[in-house]
Ligand binder design. Structure first.
Ligand SMILES: Cc1cc2nc3c(=O)[nH]c(=O)nc-3n(C[C@H](O)[C@H](O)[C@H](O)COP(=O)(O)O)c2cc1C
Length: 332
């Protein structure tokens, strides 16, 4: 049984990666329904949180049906981090997660996210301050290092464990790589081979099929796998991986009806949670993935990403179901 502190996550948990503008409550609900064991919010700026910025505060919204869940924060200033830890503690997630991996310039140049990979002592200091401040289990998500010459993740894992974090998720790339090249899990495997390491180590990066999940689980010995991009518009990845682990068989992919139903539910939940205009707008980035591979889907996608009327959108989704549902295209 894998545990973060005393939170039980099953034998080999699948985690949904935190993704800005993606892993909000509507999307998380779909992933949860497909068997995801643990989720995180999008990262939340500590500076936004302590100044009560609407956008940051909204990201604290978590619901009982999604537990266990971690709220993820990013920042670089110790006082702000500690104050934000109080706000997160009040929001009462199972876990407080710290992002030390975001490679985006506007985050890194302030020394936050992956920026901290250039200053490991500071990373340890910030983490310790938060561990000391909250009763919540604290976890960290990070990358291998800043660049090829500074992949200090093995040392980082020990030091963070020593100051009390309860799990570590590692994306097998450096900051410099951004999202380029293939994620390299070999150092993640080495951390798992280190007898001093007792906390769960979750591997992350490029898992996009049940077979790859099984291969990486076996090769690198991780305690669980975190999946990001492969879940966007495809929450079924969680049930597919679980089914493959349990039976060695591949599940059939979702039917067009299931895809339409998921996109519809996602849209409904977006509208419920964000209001009609924003809900419709922010749903636009998801349609391509829900309907990937359907021939001649372009004409429908055009409507989905430009229409503002929700009934027209539901109508278009229904039409996709009717047009493709009974055709050979249903089998992608
Ligand atoms: C659109 C997008 C937004 C992301 N936002 C976050 C974030 O808020 N916090 C974080 O720790 N990582 C973030 N990431 C990184 C992912 O959590 C993950 O580490 C990365 O995508 C690699 O995993 P994957 O290959 O399974 O996608 C983001 C990635 C993407 C694609």
């Amino acid at each position: 049984m894998v545990k973060i502190a005393n939170i039980e996550l099953g034998e080999f948990p699948l985690l949904l990666a935190p993704m800005e503008d993606v892993s909000d409550p509507p999307f998380r609900a779909l992933c949860k329904a497909q068997g995801c064991d643990m989720m995180y919010t999008e990262f939340i700026s500590v500076e936004g949180l302590i100044r009560d910025a609407d956008k940051s505060v909204a990201k604290l919204d978590i619901y009982d049906y999604e537990r266990p869940i971690g709220i993820q924060i990013f920042g670089a200033n110790l006082d702000s981090m500690v104050q934000a830890a109080d706000i997160v503690t009040e929001a009462n997630p199972e876990v407080l997660d710290i992002n030390f991996g975001c490679p985006v310039k506007k985050v890194v140049c302030k020394g936050a996210g992956a920026g901290i990979l250039q200053d490991i002592p500071k990373m340890v200091e910030l983490t310790k301050a938060i561990v000391d401040r909250t009763h919540l289990p604290v976890t960290v998500k990070t990358r291998l290092g800043w660049d090829d010459n500074s992949k200090y993740i093995e040392e980082v894992a020990e030091r963070l464990q020593d100051i009390g974090i309860k799990a570590l998720s590692i994306h097998g790339r450096t900051r410099k790589q951004m999202y380029k090249g293939e994620a390299d899990w070999s150092l993640i495997g080495k951390i798992k081979d280190n007898p001093r390491i007792k906390i769960p180590i979750f591997g992350n990066g490029d898992i996009d099929s049940p077979q790859k999940a099984a291969a990486y689980r076996d090769r690198y010995g991780v305690d669980g796998i975190m999946i990001g991009r492969a879940a966007i518009g495809y929450p079924w990845i969680f049930r597919e991986v679980k089914h493959y682990f349990a039976t060695g068989q591949l599940l059939d992919p979702p039917t067009v009806e299931e895809r339409v139903a998921a996109a519809r539910e996602h849209l409904e939940r977006s509208i419920d949670w964000k209001g009609e205009t924003l809900g419709i707008l922010e749903m636009r980035r998801h349609y391509t993935n829900y309907f990937r591979g359907l021939p001649n889907i372009k004409q429908y996608r055009k409507v989905l990403v430009s229409e503002f009327d929700k009934d027209a959108l539901y109508g278009t989704l229904e039409e996709i179901g009717e047009v493709y549902g009974n055709s050979a295209a249903a089998v992608l």
